[in-house]
Design a protein around this ligand. Structure first.
Ligand code: NAP
Length: 329
């Protein structure tokens, strides 16, 4: 079978499409024929080996998992004798723990995957873009304690986490302000934002508006700059390991009613992530949320896909198509 392989950290061209042996599931594993995956900002971090902190998960001196890719949507084609949850023919979607999804066949123990049955109303390409929701949900619901009527600002509202956060915040009944660049204003409005601010033209902290939650989904703004725009008891949420976020989190936990928080949603226990995925799936079925797709690349163009994602300006999700129209060769 074909799989993307990398044996050293570096630029997108360290990724190569190679023939590797098709895996055979043992009694605890399932074999999934993958139809769609994505390239995420985190996939680029893992491929580069930079920032160095990513190497705590991927290997200090070189990648310990040679097949990259996290998100997947596909069909179970074989199961081991101990598998109780899934059967051949099931359409499934979810994430691995950060590797192995850029392949034609994924062989894994189902209790180590964040996985559930796909919503009937989504295509494989659409379902593959689920990690933005898996990230935004714990931030908004668990760290931000989001409530009906909250005023929430989503910074970086056009990215994968950002576009998911806008939709989830609307689902929870919040009034949502999305911040993005000029070319994404219409997109962010179309997914439900009540108002949009163009970060190339206006500096939101200079406005008088106050928010219950400011969610920086892209690591481009600091708690220090946002503090005056938070309501009393408001919270600043950060996805990225910026230089100031840990000291601010520590400091605000003891000294301030306005809080700063970072979380690492990929480190949640798999059963908790799967519970969240099931919740997300139900919202997809009720058409409350729908992944935004920017563009698609066949798996043989994985290098081009990484180059594009690395610009930092993708809109929602960049899909990798696999096993579709024999285009992997
Ligand atoms: N902590 C966690 O658990 C966790 C989990 C997943 C991801 N992450 C991190 O979250 C971050 C975002 O991930 P993602 O997948 O959503 O990224 P992404 O989709 O690649 O983000 C791209 C978006 O960022 C926007 N953007 C770029 N520069 C901006 C700026 N200066 N101000 C406002 N928006 C800007 C772009 O909009 P424009 O084109 O309009 O500029 C684009 O739509 C990454 O750093 C990732 O590592 C953290």
């Amino acid at each position: 079978m074909k799989a993307v392989v990398y044996t050293k950290y570096g630029p997108p061209d360290v990724l190569q499409l190679k023939d590797v042996e098709k895996p055979v599931p043992d009694e605890n594993e399932i074999l999934i024929k993958i139809y769609a995956s994505t390239v995420t900002a985190v996939d680029c971090t893992f491929r580069k080996g930079f920032p160095l902190v990513g190497r705590l998960f991927t290997g200090l001196t070189g990648p310990k998992y040679t097949i990259p890719g996290t998100e997947f949507a596909g069909e179970v084609i074989e199961t081991g004798s101990n598998e109780k949850l899934f059967k051949a023919g099931d359409r499934v979607f979810g994430t691995t723990d950060g590797h192995s999804a850029h392949t034609e066949y994924l062989c894994y123990s189902s209790d180590k995957l964040t996985i559930t049955l796909m919503p009937d109303n989504l295509s494989y390409d659409e379902a593959a873009g689920c990690d933005g929701y898996l990230t935004a949900l714990p931030f908004l619901r668990d760290s931000g304690n989001i409530r009906n009527g909250f005023h929430v600002l989503i910074y970086g509202a056009s990215g994968s986490v950002g576009s998911s956060a806008v939709q989830l915040a609307k689902y929870y009944g919040a009034k949502v302000t999305g911040v993005c660049s000029t070319s994404n204003l219409e997109l962010v409005k179309s997914i439900g934002a009540d108002s949009v601010l163009d970060y190339t033209k206006e500096d939101f902290p200079k406005k008088r508006e106050l928010y219950d939650i400011i969610f920086d989904t892209v690591g481009k703004i600091s708690f220090g700059r946002c503090k005056r725009s938070l309501k009393e008891n408001g919270i600043f949420l950060e996805t990225s390991l910026t230089p100031t976020i840990f000291p601010q989190m520590l400091w605000t936990s003891i000294s301030s009613r306005k809080k700063a928080r970072i979380a690492f949603t990929g480190l949640l226990p798999v059963n908790k992530r799967t519970e969240n995925l099931v919740f997300i799936k139900k919202l997809m079925e009720r058409e409350k949320i729908k992944p935004v797709i920017d563009r698609k690349y066949p798996i043989k163009q994985i290098t081009e896909a990484h180059e594009y994602v690395e610009t930092g300006h993708k809109k929602g999700n960049v899909i990798i198509t696999i096993n579709q129209n024999d285009q992997t060769g």
